[in-house]
Design a protein. Structure first.
Length: 367
């Protein structure tokens, strides 16, 4: 591992001088460093040495370890798909004593690849994971818990047993320009928490955008969350494209948008689980949600025999919670089965369907 001082552009220096701020007024910026990791070296050791604002740059190679980040404003960056993180074949060096040791053990032992972990009382802020491939883990490729402004960018999360990229109990997240393929559950999974029953968390405008999500069980799952955007993603070849999932607690899931996504041919067949029946051919599904806007999406050729099959589907939660005050508008739908628009709600209130380009709805009259 090599430590290199970052060089700052002359224009940045000129801007500081021109603004009347003396160069000595911001010494912290000059202390930000890049820690370079070569193949055969430990990523975790470099992360343990990083201070807030530092970058850990991982050069091309295969690194067999799990990595935990608990220091704020650290960037973990690879060289693209040639930087590959896989499960260790044996126990690797963990965090330095007194520095995220417990979190590191839980990350590796829990089967995750890269973990960004805060505490029960304090979110870890400003961490970025970018430009690498993470594959083969028994749980998630990238996992964030108790994070604020965590960014996952240009990551390939491939063939992990549960999730490609996941966040729980996190706010202000940005998951963008990633490729998630062949993961056992969702390519991208966001939730308040899966360890207890609780009302939906306000994510303070988390954004999931410009990702390519293919061949997973579900492209994107949003579970028990509010105030976020799933926008401009390409979602194809999964069993289902997008799931917005609520439950019986308050506040309900919803008050979010699913907009301008390309959701096509999500026709894999996946067996039932404890929470869902068998799924196949589901484009965008709302179950137990409220005040969700589904707008401007292209939803085509999603077809199957599941109770949840169809282009855009409103389905009462399996714990009995209705969909209420959701708006489905301005979407282009074609070739979905049993219908382009499906509303199985019998007790939900205030749901509207307007200005959608489609041919078949169930019940009739929604197009």
């Amino acid at each position: 591992m090599k430590r290199c001082h970052l060089a700052y552009a002359a224009s940045a220096v000129a801007a500081l001088v021109g603004s009347g701020i003396g160069l000595g007024a911001s010494p912290a910026a000059a202390l930000h460093q890049t820690l370079v990791v070569h193949q055969g070296e430990s990523i975790q050791k470099a992360v343990n040495s990083a201070r807030p604002g530092d970058t850990v740059l991982v050069l091309p190679g295969v690194y067999k370890e799990s990595v935990t980040i608990g220091t704020p404003r650290v960037t973990l960056r690879g060289a693209g798909a040639s930087t590959v993180i896989e499960p260790a074949t044996k126990t690797t060096a963990g965090a330095a004593p007194g520095k995220n040791t417990r979190a590191t053990k839980s990350c590796a032992e829990g089967g995750n690849g890269i973990c960004v972990i805060g505490t029960k009382t304090t979110n870890v802020e400003g961490v970025t994971v970018a430009d690498l491939k993470v594959t083969g883990f028994s749980r998630a490729g990238v996992f964030g818990m108790a994070t604020d402004t965590m960014t996952v960018r240009n990551v390939q999360a491939v063939k992990n047993a549960v999730w490609g990229i996941a966040q729980e109990r996190s706010v202000h997240g940005h998951i963008m320009d990633n490729y998630a393929q062949g993961n056992g559950d969702a390519g991208v999974f966001l939730a308040n928490t899966i360890t207890e029953e609780a009302g939906a968390l306000d994510t303070r405008r988390t954004v999931i955008d410009h990702n390519r999500l293919e061949g997973n069980r579900i492209g994107v799952t949003v579970r028990r969350l509010r105030n976020l955007s799933v926008a401009e993603n390409y979602i194809a070849g999964n069993c289902a494209g997008v799931f917005v999932v609520g439950d019986e607690n308050k506040p309900k899931a919803g008050d979010l948008e699913v907009a301008f996504n390309d959701v096509t041919e999500n026709n894999k067949s996946c067996p039932k689980t404890d929470r869902l029946p068998a799924i196949q051919g589901s484009g965008i599904v709302l179950t137990g949600a409220e005040k969700t806007v589904v707008d401007g999406n292209r939803v085509t050729n999603n077809s199957g025999d599941s109770p949840l099959s169809g282009g855009i589907v409103l389905f009462k939660s399996f714990v009995g919670v209705t969909n209420d005050q959701n708006r489905v508008s301005g979407n282009a739908l074609a070739g979905n089965g049993p219908a382009d628009l499906v509303d199985t709600e019998t007790k939900g209130i205030g749901n509207t369907f307007d200005h959608n380009a489609c041919r078949v709805s169930k019940p009739a009259g929604l197009c």
